[in-house]
Design a protein around this ligand. Structure first.
Ligand SMILES: Nc1ncnc2c1ncn2[C@@H]1O[C@H](COP(=O)(O)OP(=O)(O)OP(=O)(O)O)[C@@H](O)[C@H]1O
Length: 556
């Protein structure tokens, strides 16, 4: 191997040397060494093109040296087999994993794809799987959570026998009167985790507290009419055997409708969208002075700027307990339960104005903001004009694989209402039966579409993100991101329509990736999948609430 000693006597006498350096064992590279006079330190000039080549060679070699694929199941399966990654492979801290989506901003990458395989058959939030195992040993059934036997029987009729991990953690805390911030994965059964203890406590305390019986005791605020109907239907099934009444009020139906709902009598549990609830409060149809539970579901949407003012208005009408002690006795105040699968920043700021954040219990799932390990997720780089054909192809394949036996429900997400309409016309021409759901539809048209989809009247639903939050889609087998979601939060919520507790197994997500800005998001998702970390930009979004500093403390 040739070596070069800069400034050595061998070089000192020379004007220009051409020398051969064997930088890498096989690559021979020429470069020039120039000295003005024998005394001066020689300057070595390496052309940029050669420097770049060295770098490329170095990177390629580095990459090839790391064999991320071993025998056994693959976590990442790529079109380029050298980029596959086994389930058993763990990247070292400073390893830079090579991504399948690395070159996806280049037009030559159209047609490329990779899959993040499901490495578990059961969701982590089902008790007894992975992280829930320890808890399951001690608490197994709803009986052990001290839920009344009438409610447990109702659950058993619904085929729900074991609490999920989020239910195991949340129910006892709500029973004890704490204000709760509950962050659990999509589909982990958060609705029951707040409804069960609420209905139980309403039932139990009925005999003790008679006063204020004509006033509302529980309000659940959710961001959409469809979600309000869904939560109300779960509540009705729990309340019916106990003779309690649940009603809903949703936006877009006018004040007359809202007044009509309350003329029938004050329900025990009201499920409302924020707009309708604010209208009801302003028209004095409703009095929250005896409220015992205020639930804010789908917190990320509810604390979003579009709803934040309404939410603050609602919170101003409510006296929230500052600690569990204040939820007891005749002068009791309301318990606040904030629930979601993702949380935006600033939740703490809003809540600190109405309650003592130091006394609020934060329940956070271990796998929050991780890709779901029990759902197969495929990313396909595809030209915009080819997306319809690809979609048609996948729908047909699903039909062939599962036949007419049912359970082929597909949710297709678009970013805009206009895309939903346009795609609908295209699928119509291809003879694909489907339904459409988007926020620009009039309330009357929208009402019932999702419900019919849940019941199985339609197998394919084209929708915007209006269907991505909270809606229970247990029969959905495939989620298609026809347009790639605009944020990781949206990806988590859309993907969360499959792999739900009690839902059909083998759910999959297919995402079409077209534009360069989408590639950035995909690369971060792939990196998180390879490193097995949570999705970036979301880790800090749930902060432990800071204790409120009162004025005297502040002065000191
Ligand atoms: N303990 C349980 N065992 C079996 N199935 C359950 C259990 N708890 C809830 N489920 C079912 O799981 C499904 C999802 O529940 P739910 O809609 O409450 O999830 P979620 O956590 O609120 O989801 P999202 O984040 O999407 O709002 C529902 O069909 C519900 O009936």
């Amino acid at each position: 191997m040739w070596s070069l000693k800069v400034g050595s006597s061998a070089l000192a006498s020379s004007r220009i040397y051409r020398t051969k350096i064997n930088r890498f064992s096989t690559d021979l590279v020429y470069f020039s060494v120039c000295t003005a006079s024998p005394e001066e330190i020689p300057v070595i000039r390496v052309p940029c093109s050669i420097q770049n080549r060295f770098e490329n060679v170095k990177q390629t070699r580095g990459r090839n040296n790391i064999n991320t694929s071993k025998a056994g199941k693959l976590l990442i399966q790529s079109r380029n087999a050298s980029l596959n990654q086994s389930v058993g492979y763990t990247h070292a801290k400073f390893d830079e994993p090579t991504l399948c989506s690395k070159g996806w901003k280049h037009k030559k990458s159209f047609g490329d794809y990779f899959t993040v395989n499901n490495i578990k058959s059961v969701a982590p939030f089902v008790s007894g799987s992975g992280q829930g195992e320890d808890i399951k040993k001690t608490v197994k059934t709803f009986h052990k959570l001290h839920i009344s036997s009438e409610l447990v029987e109702t659950l058993e009729r619904l085929n729900i026998t074991h609490p999920t991990t989020v239910q195991l953690q949340t129910i006892p805390k709500v029973m004890r009167g704490h204000n709760i911030l509950c962050a659990g994965e999509t589909g982990s059964g958060k609705t029951l985790s707040y409804l069960l203890p609420i209905v139980h406590k309403l039932h139990l305390d009925e005999e003790i507290y008679e006063e204020g019986s004509h006033k509302i005791h529980t309000v659940v605020v959710v961001p959409s009419r469809e979600l309000a109907e869904q939560v109300a239907s779960v509540s009705r099934s729990l309340c019916a055997p106990l003779g309690k009444v649940t009603r809903t009020v949703g936006g877009g139906q006018g004040v007359g409708h809202i007044k009509g709902v309350f003329k029938q009598g004050i329900p025990d549990i009201l499920v409302a969208t924020p707009g309708a609830l604010v209208k009801a409060l302003r028209r004095r149809c409703l009095d929250l002075s005896h409220l015992r539970f205020l639930v804010v579901d789908e917190a990320d949407t509810m604390f979003d700027p579009s709803f934040a003012d309404m939410l603050e208005d609602i919170l101003r009408h409510t006296e929230i307990a500052r600690n569990p002690g204040e939820t007891q006795g005749p002068a009791r105040k309301a318990q606040l339960l904030v629930v979601g699968a993702t949380f935006p920043g600033g939740v703490g700021d809003v809540l600190s104005r109405v309650t003592d954040l130091g006394n609020m219990v934060v329940i956070k799932s271990k796998m929050l903001h991780f890709l779901m390990p029990h759902v197969k997720q495929t990313f396909l780089k595809v030209r915009g004009q080819d997306k319809v054909l690809e979609l048609n192809h996948y729908l047909k394949r699903l039909q062939q694989e599962h036949g007419a036996s049912g359970g082929n429900a597909v949710l297709v997400f678009c970013n805009k209402a206009s895309t939903v309409n346009w795609l609908g016309y295209s699928l119509e021409e291809m003879g694909v039966p489907h339904a459409r759901l988007q926020g620009e539809m009039p309330a009357v048209v929208r009402a019932g579409i999702f419900h019919r989809f849940q019941k199985g009247t339609t197998e394919v639903l084209l929708c915007t993100d209006v269907a991505s939050r909270g809606l229970d889609t247990s029969r959905v087998r495939l989620v298609v991101n026809y347009d790639f979601p605009e944020s990781h939060t949206d990806y988590i919520h859309r993907a969360g329509r499959v792999g739900r507790a009690g839902g059909c197994e083998g759910g999959q997500v297919l995402s079409f990736v077209t534009h360069p800005w989408e590639v950035d998001l995909v690369q971060k998702i792939e990196m998180a999948a390879r490193r097995r970390t949570s999705l970036p930009g979301m880790e800090s979004e749930i902060r432990e609430p800071k204790p409120v500093i009162n004025e005297t403390q502040e002065l000191r």
